[in-house]
Write a protein that binds this ligand. Structure first.
Ligand code: ATP
Length: 397
C-alpha cells in the first residue's frame, strides 16, 4: 500500500509549432488505501494523468512521488503499479490463466507454484475460477473485464490505476461491477485511482473525487462535498444529474435581478432576494450566477388561471409554465420557463407520481436554503447552500 502524490505536475505534448498542455500544474495526494476517482469531460486530461502515474507518459514538469520517493524516471515495470484499461487489453492467444500469469512471470522471479497459487486465489476472489482454461474470445465482456482486473490483482501492486474499466459493459452489468469493484478495493485496501467521465460512477464509487477541466484540477473532495459545496460553477454543473440550473443575475442592493432583455426590464424581470447571510459574499453592482439543483425546486400547481408576471406573492415563488415532462419512473424531470415574456428555462425534479403536464401553469418555489452563488466572471463559488454532513447523507439515502 502506498501514498501517491502529484506535486505541480504538468504534461505538454509537442504538436508541430505549439505545445498542447494536457495536464496543467496539478497537485494532489492520494492517501494510502484511498479510492480516488478522477473525473471530468472528454479531453480534460484524465487518461494522461493516469498514464503519467503508470509511467506510460513522461512528466514534463513537477514531481510524482510514491511514498515520498520521486518516481518520474522509474520504469513502468518497476513502479509497483498495475493498470486496468477500458479495452481490457488481454492477450488473445493466451488462456485466462496465461493472461493472469504473464505479468508475474515477466516482472518477478516468483516460483511457478507461487504464481499458480496467486492466480488460483485471485480467480476465486473474482469468481472466474471456472474460466481459467478459456481464451478471451470465449468470454463475455463482463468476464473479460474480471480477467483484466484479475491480472492487475495477482501482481499485488502498491497502486491500482483504472482507466474507464467499466465503459464497455451494459448498464446493468456496469452497475453490478461498480459495487463489486468497491467491495474488492475495500477488502484489498490497495490505493486506487479510477478514471471516468461518468459523474454517477464518481459520486458512487470514490472516497474522494478529483474533478479536472481543461487540464486543471478544479476540486478534490468527498462526493457529497463536491455536490453540496462545489468550488466553482464548473464542478456545480458537472456533478449532479440533471445538472444544476444557472441564472445570470445582477446584484442590486438586496435583490438579485435576472432579465433577458435590457429594454423592458419590468416585463421579463425575475427578482430573487439576496439571502441575509450571502450579503457579505457578493458586492453590489456585480454579476453573479445563481445556481439551484433541480431536486431543490418545489413545483406546485398554480391555484387558478394566472396572468404571466414573473413574480407571485411569496418572494421565493415564481410562476412558470411546463415546457416538457421527462418521466423517469420514480421521478419526473420537468422543464420549465418562467413566463411568456421571459423564456429562461430551468429544470425541476418532481415525484414520479405528481401530475404535471406540458403547457400547465405551476408555481416553482426556489428555497433560499438551496441556492448557490458563483462569481459572474471567474465562476468561483461565493456562497454555497447551507448543509451539514448529516443532512447531506440523509438527502442521498
Ligand atoms: P477522454 O475521456 O476522451 O479519454 P481524457 O480526459 O482522458 O479524455 P486525455 O486523453 O488525457 O483526456 O487528453 C488530454 C488532452 O491531451 C487532449 O486535448 C488530447 O487531445 C491531448 N493529447 C493526449 N495525448 C496526446 C498525444 N499523444 N499527443 C498530443 N496530444 C495529446
Amino acid at each position: 500500500m502506498a501514498t501517491l502524490e502529484l506535486d505541480h505536475v504538468t504534461k505538454g505534448f509537442d504538436d508541430g509549432d505549439e505545445t498542447i498542455i494536457a495536464v496543467d500544474d496539478v497537485s494532489m495526494t492520494i492517501d494510502d488505501g484511498e479510492f480516488l476517482v478522477l473525473v471530468g469531460p472528454s479531453g480534460c486530461g484524465k487518461s494522461t494523468t493516469l498514464r503519467m502515474m503508470a509511467g506510460l507518459e513522461t512528466v514534463s514538469t513537477g514531481a510524482l512521488r510514491l511514498d515520498d520517493e520521486v518516481i518520474n524516471d522509474v520504469k513502468p515495470k518497476d513502479r509497483e503499479v498495475a493498470m486496468v484499461f477500458q479495452s481490457y487489453a488481454l492477450y488473445p492467444h493466451m488462456t485466462v490463466s496465461g493472461n493472469m500469469r504473464f505479468g508475474l512471470e515477466e516482472s518477478t522471479d516468483m516460483s511457478d507454484e507461487r504464481i499458480q497459487s496467486r492466480v488460483t486465489e485471485t480467480a476465486a476472489l473474482l469468481d472466474i475460477d471456472a474460466l481459467l482454461d478459456r481464451k478471451p474470445a470465449e468470454l463475455s465482456g463482463g468476464q473479460q473485464q474480471r480477467v483484466a482486473l484479475g491480472r492487475a490483482i495477482v501482481r499485488d501492486p502498491q497502486v491500482f490505476l483504472m482507466d474507464e474499466p467499466l465503459s464497455n459493459l451494459d448498464a446493468k452489468l456496469r452497475s453490478d461491477m461498480r459495487t463489486e469493484l468497491q467491495r474488492l478495493q475495500e477488502d484489498l485496501g490497495t490505493t486506487t485511482v479510477y478514471v471516468t467521465h461518468d459523474q454517477t460512477e464518481a459520486m458512487t464509487m470514490g472516497d474522494r473525487i478529483a474533478i479536472l477541466n481543461d487540464g486543471r484540477l478544479q476540486q478534490v473532495a468527498t462526493p457529497l462535498e463536491a455536490y453540496h459545496r462545489p468550488a466553482n460553477r464548473f464542478v456545480a454543473g458537472f456533478i449532479g444529474e440533471p445538472s444544476m440550473n444557472f441564472f445570470e443575475m445582477d446584484v442590486q442592493g438586496e435583490q438579485l435581478i435576472h432579465s433577458t432583455t435590457q429594454s423592458q426590464p419590468h416585463e421579463d424581470t425575475v427578482t430573487y432576494p439576496l439571502p441575509q447571510d450571502a450579503r457579505h459574499a457578493v458586492a453590489d453592482g456585480t454579476q453573479v450566477t445563481l445556481g439551484v439543483r433541480p431536486a431543490s425546486i418545489e413545483v406546485t400547481q398554480a391555484p387558478g388561471p394566472v396572468e404571466f408576471v414573473s413574480k407571485v406573492s411569496a418572494d421565493h415563488d415564481f410562476e412558470a409554465v411546463v415546457d416538457v415532462v421527462e418521466p423517469m419512473g420514480n421521478e419526473n424531470n420537468v422543464h420549465l420557463s418562467f413566463s411568456e415574456k421571459n423564456h429562461t428555462t430551468f429544470v425541476a425534479t418532481t415525484d414520479g407520481e405528481s401530475n404535471v403536464a406540458t403547457g400547465q401553469s405551476v408555481i416553482a418555489h426556489i428555497p433560499e436554503s438551496a441556492i448557490h452563488l458563483f462569481d459572474g466572471d471567474t465562476g468561483e463559488a461565493l456562497y454555497n447552500r447551507s448543509h451539514t454532513d448529516t443532512e447531506a447523507v440523509e438527502s442521498v439515502q
